[in-house]
Design a protein around this ligand. Structure first.
Ligand code: S3P
Length: 170
């Protein structure tokens, strides 16, 4: 726009195992746009892996860093933006998303578990992947739906197929 930066072309939300990172990469290639991921931004700015951040400082601290990363990315990134799966749990982060094209990549339990793998290092899943994934999917589905301007199903689909639908409909 004449005012300058317009924000991301699309913001991908959804649980771990929805394919946010993979689909973001495909959309970036397709559109010739840069891809940014708030997990990577948080890890880079903290100088620690996400797992280490959870262990050393706790989830609340991580969410605060994540909120800052989302705000910065929305302000300065014009490409494809993938958020961490829990970013939208934070009310202030949800408010930041208003007015942006937000796509919820929806996934069911069995595909989510297949994609994150049983040997996951994701801190929220250690010690019982299937049960934890189920709880997270159940409690978060309404939040993703509330922030999304578009919902795309990912079960039994390739990332390419999902990226096609996002590109067509967003
Ligand atoms: C989280 C998802 C992760 C990462 C952190 C917490 C969550 O991102 O931000 O482990 O609360 O769902 P991905 O969705 O990219 O795995």
């Amino acid at each position: 726009s004449a005012a300058g930066s317009t924000g991301p072309r699309v913001v991908l939300v959804g649980p771990m195992g929805a394919g946010k990172t993979t689909v973001a990469g495909l959309l970036g290639e397709r559109w010739g746009l840069p891809v940014r991921d708030t997990d990577a931004d948080v890890a880079a700015s903290a100088g620690q892996s996400i797992s280490d951040l959870f262990v050393d400082h706790g989830e609340a601290h991580f969410r605060a860093l994540e909120r800052d990363a989302v705000a910065l990315a929305l302000a300065e990134h014009d490409g494809v933006l993938a958020l961490g799966g829990g970013a939208v749990l934070d009310p202030a982060t949800r408010e930041l998303l208003a007015g942006h094209p937000v796509v919820f990549l929806r996934v069911g339990l069995s595909d989510a578990v297949k994609r994150v793998g049983l040997g996951t290092s994701r801190p929220l899943l250690v010690g019982g992947v299937r049960a934890r994934v189920k709880a997270l999917l159940d409690e978060r589905a309404p939040v993703y739906e509330a922030v999304a301007t578009l919902v795309v199903d990912t079960d039994d689909r390739t990332p390419d197929d999902v990226a096609d639908e996002v590109a067509r409909r967003v």
